[in-house]
Design a protein around this ligand. Structure first.
Ligand code: NZQ
Ligand code: ZN
Length: 379
């Protein structure tokens, strides 16, 4: 096991009606609240009303910034920072899924120093302060509610990249599984794929930690158990609650402590597909993971065997890959580029972008030749 520092300062409020406490928590930072949300699902399903009522009951002054898109854009972050700059914002309430919460995290570190979002993302400047972010999660997937990561796209440079530092943890996160009842089937499936992918990225990372392997296997087994149930009964509280907690634990540090670093090559490839075709994050992962595992089959067979033993009690590496692929398919996650109408004509532009952005894992390095092999495996 490697030396490590375990640090996670997020106060996570989990369960039925936990947002009842939101007003007091927000007001403890001050009266001026920047409320950030997406394209309107939170209004349609009533979460916006619940949150605004809470904030008003605590006499908060609400400034709204809406329209954050899935695969969020750095331009929207910059626009939000300009909007907020003269409003003495005391806290940011981010109401939505990963895209909204990630955007809020970067807004929170841009406001104090009046930084540009992309300068933060590219680490040209280092923020030393942040407006506290209070996340109200409406979609179980990314784990952003309990980690410091934020992922943004820049269509000018054709990059989708991640960022984190000690200031980008949410101060509080409120997770009421009832807020996820309305997540549509496709998006629910992508969330399940995403959480499994996070567990796998750490499983295939560098370093050995037996407990990490066991945490990872437990999370994946739980998702394989509850995934099909939640797809059948999307308004079942227990099913939604279990998937929500799986997603949080898959990327809150617990699976990474004791290891050197996760791999994240599959995520890096997925980000190229989101950049090029605006595919939802989870859909990119159900396409890329089977291809990546098949590429690695002859390179790291023992590690895939260990995964199979822990998840399926089956040490056959190829069967493990096929089982995972079938599971993604059973949720209606795409497992090839063809399923999302990306064909041979697109191959070159994908390979070129992967080459340009030097896509690789931290541990399992990918060469230009691997990029070509992977794109062929995804077809
Ligand atoms: O825009 P609105 O109207 O809010 O609709 C959203 C959006 O269309 C909708 N939605 C969210 N909650 C809903 C709902 N619809 C009905 N009922 C609800 N309760 O779902 C759509 C997708 O939302 P989005 O926030 O984009 O999804 P997700 O949570 O999967 O976030 C994806 C983003 O997070 C990044 C991804 O790359 C992607 O940009 N990631 C962030 C990570 C992190 N911060 O740790 C790690 C991940 O690996 C990932 O990279
Ligand atoms: Zn992910």
């Amino acid at each position: 096991m490697e030396n490590f520092i375990a640090y996670n300062p997020v106060k996570l409020h989990f369960g039925k009606n936990v947002t009842n406490k939101l007003g007091n928590v927000a007001a403890s930072y001050g009266k001026n609240i920047l409320l950030v949300y997406g394209k309107g699902s939170v209004k349609k399903h009533g979460y916006y009303d619940i949150i605004v009522k809470q904030l008003k009951s605590a006499n908060c002054r609400i400034y709204e910034f809406s329209g954050i898109k899935p695969n969020p854009l750095v331009d929207d972050v910059d626009t939000a920072v300009r909007y907020a700059s003269d409003k003495s914002i005391d806290a940011i309430v981010a109401l939505g899924g990963g895209s909204v919460i990630d955007s809020a995290k970067i807004i929170s570190v841009c406001i104090p120093g009046n930084y540009k979002g992309w300068d933060i993302m590219k680490r040209k400047v280092t923020p030393d302060a942040a407006i506290p972010v209070i996340a109200i999660l409406t979609l179980a997937a990314t784990g952003t509610e309990m980690n410091p990561n934020a992922v943004l796209q820049n269509p000018v440079t054709m990059e989708k990249i991640g960022y984190n530092n000690e200031h980008t943890f949410p101060a509080h996160s409120f997770l009421d599984p009832q807020f996820t009842f309305s997540v549509p089937p496709k998006q629910t499936a992508y969330g399940i794929v995403d959480l499994i992918a996070h567990a796998l990225e750490n499983f295939f990372g560098e370093g050995e930690s037996n407990l990490s392997d066991l945490f990872i296997a437990s999370i994946i087994r739980d998702a394989i158990h509850y995934g099909p149930l939640v797809m059948k009964e999307p308004r079942n509280y227990d099913y939604r609650a279990n998937i929500m907690w799986d997603a949080t634990c898959a990327l809150n540090g617990v699976t990474a402590w004791g290891k050197v670093v996760g791999d994240w090559g599959v995520h890096a490839i997925g980000h190229q597909l989101s950049m090029l075709y605006d595919l939802p994050h989870g859909a990119t992962l159900s396409i890329v993971y089977p291809a990546w595992l098949n590429l690695q089959l002859s390179r790291i067979p023992e590690r895939i065997q260990t995964l199979g033993k822990l998840i399926y009690n089956n040490e056959d590496a190829k069967e493990t890959i096929d089982n995972l692929t079938r599971f993604f398919s059973s949720l209606n996650g795409p497992v090839s580029l063809a399923e999302v109408s990306i064909g041979n004509d697109n191959k070159l532009e994908i390979i070129n972008l992967m080459n340009k952005n030097k896509v690789s894992g931290f541990y399992h390095k990918l060469s230009d030749n691997d990029h070509m092999l992977l794109v062929n495996l995804m077809m």
